[in-house]
Design a protein around this ligand. Sequence first.
Ligand SMILES: Nc1ncnc2c1ncn2[C@@H]1O[C@H](COP(=O)(O)OP(=O)(O)OP(=O)(O)O)[C@@H](O)[C@H]1O
Ligand SMILES: [Mg+2]
Length: 320
Amino acid sequence: MVERDGVPGGSDNALARVIAMVNDKGGVGKTSIVANLAGQLAAADYRCLVIDLNRQANLADDLGYRDGDADDRGAGLVLSILTETPVVPVLRVRDGLDVVPGGARLADLVPLMVARMQERGREALDVLADVLAPTADPYDIVFIDCPPESPILTDLALTAARWVVMPTKSDVGGLVGMRLVAERFSLARERNPELRLLGAVLFGTGTRSRRVHAEVRGAVAGAFGGSSPMFATAIRHAERSAQDARRLGKLAHELELEVAAQPAWWASLRDGTATAPRVSPTAAGVAGDYRDLGVELLALLRDAEETVAVPAPRRNVEVV
Ligand SMILES: Nc1ncnc2c1ncn2[C@@H]1O[C@H](COP(=O)(O)OP(=O)(O)OP(=O)(O)O)[C@@H](O)[C@H]1O
Ligand SMILES: [Mg+2]
């Protein structure tokens, strides 16, 4: 790991910079946040790896690699867990950004883990940490994009990660999902005591209201027994920009550049190209939110790494 912008480069523990993006509730921004944070950090020269644990693999849409040659739809990850051999990133989706794709082949993972747990108990959950450690070492930051409503895959991620980031919407569903995360989090800490909640992120919000922030903070505290770290940055609601992102396979900061480059609407009307789809100008604001979130994330990691004793390598993980 390297040192950049004053952020010390992790520790001897190859898993010290693994961040699980978790909420049991669907549609709260897990994948969007992983894709955009990893994309902007990679553009800023951090080496990033993303592990996709989702059968739907929306990450493939956000990063624009769905059905490409290297999109194995999760087969590599399943094989790695089955054979307990290091996970192999198969895609370089942007400079400095590699991905272990998810997809339909991950359907085999839950029955495999159920069988393993019947045999070995919760120790079986160490497998993702074990197959990820040798691969994670050269990366500055590793994100795990967790699926909704899958306790066993969430448990796998929480046993491999050092940090949890928990996106939520301010509605009741997101808050209930948060309580379920808190339960899995407590369980995971029995095997992985270094696991910490880095913070909750308010996603897709139309408001900067302090009251809404305070309510969500209260819900985090309720779920996590008084501890309520929360990112000051919220990701604004911008539906058109989100549609553009998935349709074009581009991240918010990439769309921001396209917005700046597209001709004024009146000019395209004059040239007869006004009917061509235009990229929503809201991308710039969304890109700014992700930029602020990334800055906060790096600062939190730096502070935490200064104050938390860096753990020794865990279990039988071989650190290269
Ligand atoms: N800033 C935004 N404002 C509004 N909607 C957004 C924004 N960014 C993304 N979306 C949309 O919100 C939906 C949910 O986002 P996303 O897929 O990131 O959530 P998720 O938590 O990963 O969902 P799942 O649990 O199903 O994997 C998607 O349709 C996405 O296009
Ligand atoms: Mg998702």
